[in-house]
Structure formats: structure tokens, C-alpha cells
Design a protein around this ligand. Structure first.
Ligand SMILES: Nc1ncnc2c1ncn2[C@@H]1O[C@H](COP(=O)(O)OP(=O)(O)OP(=O)(O)O)[C@@H](O)[C@H]1O
Ligand SMILES: [Mg+2]
Length: 415
């Protein structure tokens, strides 16, 4: 069984790419479920069929579903939520605020992920393709299992204390004394889920991009965070590539047919620049490209055509890349960021850092990295480039100094 999640900035083409991948997978004979976890669903519009909260067969082997998170939440955790809301109200909180607060942060996301996992196991699907919410929310969702467990731990302690103090009072609101039993089962489920979501032979994450500056930045940040939490990213998808641009297969982007229209030609040139940057910044991930069609790509036939342009004859259910695009190791007190780089000449590694952006220069190779917060808070003390791997060291911050350097450069010869 394979789970594939498409994530990326709002509007880049996540739903379209997820739906197209699912159609291709079903056409290849795999029983495939495409499911959307975004509360603002658009999967039904993309496939051009009405969908419900249950998997619906929309083409041979192809099932689609829009999870109704709020319904799921109410059905499974309504009782617990009511209980927590009541405790908060007893502490003097206004009703609406208390009910809002009773929703454990990330609960909605956790519930939809648990649901996907359950479907995957019970529905006997060969593939589950997830159309996720825009990156920020999805990253929060994926880091949730860790923080969720922490939060529940706190909540449990707090519930016990409150119960001890006011057991008589509380018992009136507890329809079933076993509300915390439900919570424990939820935590157990989340633990299981996390194993599935970090298993590279089951789950792959793909970043959907457009050749535009802000989109690439957000995509790069997503790769850093996913890598940090051990979530396996296996490809990037660049959607909406203008006609006349191709890749020579060696990582070079070429404008083969410059448009005679000055406006369009200018847009082509911008895309060529960002496509070239993307090849470097997302190395070693394989990059798939889909063209910018001159019509809206909705409905199964259009999506099938998009899948052909995107994957040629490849199966989107394959694992396209194994290994981590980058890792953060602990060495004593230091963090060491390791990332493979393409064939660059052995030369001086130059680093400069501004906020969470790290600029790496080796000879005439340049790469911009967006650091996860844990690293952005520190300064890099040096770098080495050996055997195709760049290692950048981040010692702990000296508390007396400002934690973030404005602009610093380091030179170190790779050995
Ligand atoms: N390659 C393409 N060529 C032409 N139209 C496209 C292409 N990719 C996507 N579209 C259209 O762009 C719109 C947005 O795409 P889509 O809904 O897939 O984006 P999304 O990333 O899922 O957005 P959201 O973040 O809002 O969920 C849709 O109307 C879709 O049909
Ligand atoms: Mg979408």
C-alpha cells in the first residue's frame, strides 16, 4: 500500500496534480483512493463529479472522497470536546470561547489523517492519494503527532487535578467517565499513524510548485521541515510551465521557442530563471513538469491528459527517490545540517546567513536554503564539502550574543 501526499502553496495545482495522479494510478489497474483533507474542498470540482464523506467509485478502480472533518470530529470526539468545554466554562470562560478552546489544536487534522489511515487499511486500497491543504497547514498537520501527544499529556494531568478538586461538580458534566479512554485511544492511533507517515516505502510527500519566487521559497521551506521531521519527500512537481521551455535532462532549462510576443516572452524568461533555480534548490529530488494548458484542467479526461504530460509512461505510485534531501544530525551540542549537492567543483564553501535564509556558494554554484527555526536561531560556524555532501555546523547560541546574525560569511576549505 502506498500513501502519496501532494502539498504546496495555495493555488499551485495540488488538487489537480493529486487527481491526475490518482486517475493514472487507477488506469494502471491499482485500486486508488483520492482524498482531500482541505476543509475548503475542491476535489469534486476538479474531477467534475459530486463527492461525499465516503469513498465513491468515480471511474474503474478510482475512488474519491472529501472528508468532512467537522462531522468526523463531532462523531468521534464530540463527547470529549463537550466535557472539556464544560470544565472551561466552569472556570469562568464565555461559552463560545470555551467551546472553541475545547478543540485541541491540530485535532481536526489528526482526525482526518487517522481517517485516511483507516480507509487505507480497511478499504483495501493499493494507493491513497492525498490532496492536502496549503503547505503551512499541512506542515502543522504533519508535525502534529508530536505536539498533539505533548498537549494531550498536559491535558490529562490538568483534567485529573480538576477532577480531584471538584469531582462532585465535574461528574455532572461527564456523560461517560471514560472520556479520557477515548483520548488514550486517539494518542495510540496517532502513534501508529506516525509510523506509517514516516515509512518511506509506504508514504511519499511531493511538493507542487510553480516557477515563481514565492512559491519556490515556500516549497523549499516545506522540504526543510519535512526532512527535519523525517517525512520522506520523493519528488517535486512544477506545474504551469509555459510552452517553449524544455529541460535538457541534465538539469538545464532551455528556452527553445521564444515567443514573438514580448509580454509572453518576458514571462517565459522569468520561468526559465526560476526553473533553473529550482533544479539546484531541490536537488537531489527528481522534478516532474506539467505544462500550462490553455484551458481549465477539470474533469477526468483533461486530468488524464495532464497526467500523461506530467508522468509520461511512469507510474505515479512509484517511489521516485529514497533517502533524505537533507538531514539535521546532533553532534554533541552542535547541530549539523547535511545536504547532498550536485557535481560542484571542490572549492571554498562560502556561507552567508540572513534570518532563516542561508546562502551557500561553492565556486560559481549558488544555492539558497531556508532553515527550519531550530537552525535559524543559531549561527553557522563553518562548512565542509566532502563526497558530494555539504555539512554545515551550527553550534549553540552564546546567550550573551544576539541569536541571529544579520549577515555573516564563513570560508572553509572542503577536505
Ligand atoms: N497545468 C495547468 N494548466 C491549466 N490550468 C491549471 C493547471 N493546473 C491547475 N490548473 C487550474 O488552476 C486552478 C487551481 O488549481 P488547483 O485547484 O489544483 O490548485 P490547488 O493548489 O489545489 O489550490 P488550493 O490551494 O486552493 O487548494 C484550477 O482551476 C485548475 O483547473
Ligand atoms: Mg486544492
Amino acid at each position: 500500500m502506498r500513501i502519496i501526499l501532494y502539498l504546496g502553496k495555495g493555488g499551485v495545482g495540488k488538487t489537480t496534480t493529486a487527481a491526475a495522479s490518482a486517475i493514472r494510478s487507477a488506469d494502471l489497474g491499482y485500486r486508488t483512493l483520492v482524498v482531500s483533507t482541505d476543509i475548503a474542498h475542491s476535489l469534486a470540482d476538479s474531477l467534475d463529479v459530486a463527492l461525499t464523506g465516503q469513498p465513491l467509485e468515480v471511474a474503474p478502480n478510482l475512488f474519491a472522497q472529501e472528508i468532512n472533518v467537522l462531522e468526523e470530529l463531532h462523531e468521534h470526539w464530540g463527547q470529549l470536546q463537550g466535557y472539556l468545554g464544560n470544565i472551561l466554562r466552569k472556570q469562568g470562560m464565555n461559552k463560545a470561547v470555551a467551546e472553541e478552546m475545547a478543540i485541541i489544536p491540530g485535532m481536526e487534522e489528526v482526525v482526518s489523517l487517522l481517517h485516511i489511515n483507516k480507509q487505507a487499511q480497511e478499504g483495501n486500497f493499493d494507493r491513497v492519494i492525498v490532496d492536502a491543504a496549503p503547505t503551512g497547514e499541512t506542515i502543522r498537520l504533519l508535525t502534529m503527532p508530536e505536539s498533539f501527544q505533548w498537549y494531550v499529556g498536559r491535558l490529562r494531568g490538568w483534567g485529573d487535578t480538576t477532577m480531584r478538586i471538584a469531582s462532585g461538580l465535574i461528574s455532572r458534566f461527564v456523560p461517560d467517565k471514560d472520556v479520557f479512554g477515548g483520548l488514550d485511544r486517539l494518542v495510540g492511533g496517532v502513534k501508529e499513524l506516525q509510523k506509517v507517515l514516516t515509512n518511506p516505502s509506504i508514504t511519499s510527500y511531493r511538493i507542487v510548485l510553480n516557477p515563481e519566487k514565492m512559491v519556490l521559497k515556500e516549497g523549499a521551506r516545506a522540504v526543510s521541515y519535512l526532512s527535519l521531521f523525517g517525512y520522506p519527500v520523493d519528488a517535486a512537481v512544477v506545474n504551469r510551465v509555459l510552452p517553449g521551455i524544455t529541460s535538457d535532462g541534465m538539469g538545464n532549462t532551455v528556452l527553445v521557442e521564444p515567443s514573438s510576443d514580448a509580454y509572453l516572452r518576458h514571462l517565459q524568461e522569468i520561468q526559465v530563471r526560476y526553473l533553473a533555480e529550482l533544479e539546484r534548490d531541490f536537488y537531489p529530488l527528481p522534478i516532474f513538469r506539467s505544462p500550462w494548458f490553455d484551458r481549465e484542467m477539470v474533469g477526468i479526461d483533461n486530468l488524464r491528459e495532464l497526467a500523461s504530460a506530467l508522468f509520461a509512461d511512469r507510474d505515479p505510485g512509484q517511489v521516485f527517490f529514497t533517502g533524505q534531501a537533507q538531514t539535521v544530525e546532533e553532534e554533541g551540542e552542535d547541530f549539523v545540517l547535511q545536504l547532498p549537492l550536485p557535481n560542484v567543483e571542490l572549492d571554498k564553501v562560502r556561507l552567508s546567513k540572513r534570518g532563516d535564509e542561508l546562502f551557500v556558494t561553492i565556486g560559481n554554484f549558488k544555492r539558497e536554503l531556508l532553515l527550519p527555526s531550530v537552525l535559524a536561531q543559531r549561527d553557522a560556524s563553518g562548512a565542509t564539502f566532502t563526497g558530494g555532501i555539504l555539512k554545515i555546523r551550527f553550534p549553540p547560541v552564546d546567550n550573551l550574543q544576539s541569536p541571529i546574525s544579520n549577515l555573516q560569511s564563513y570560508d572553509e576549505i572542503g577536505d
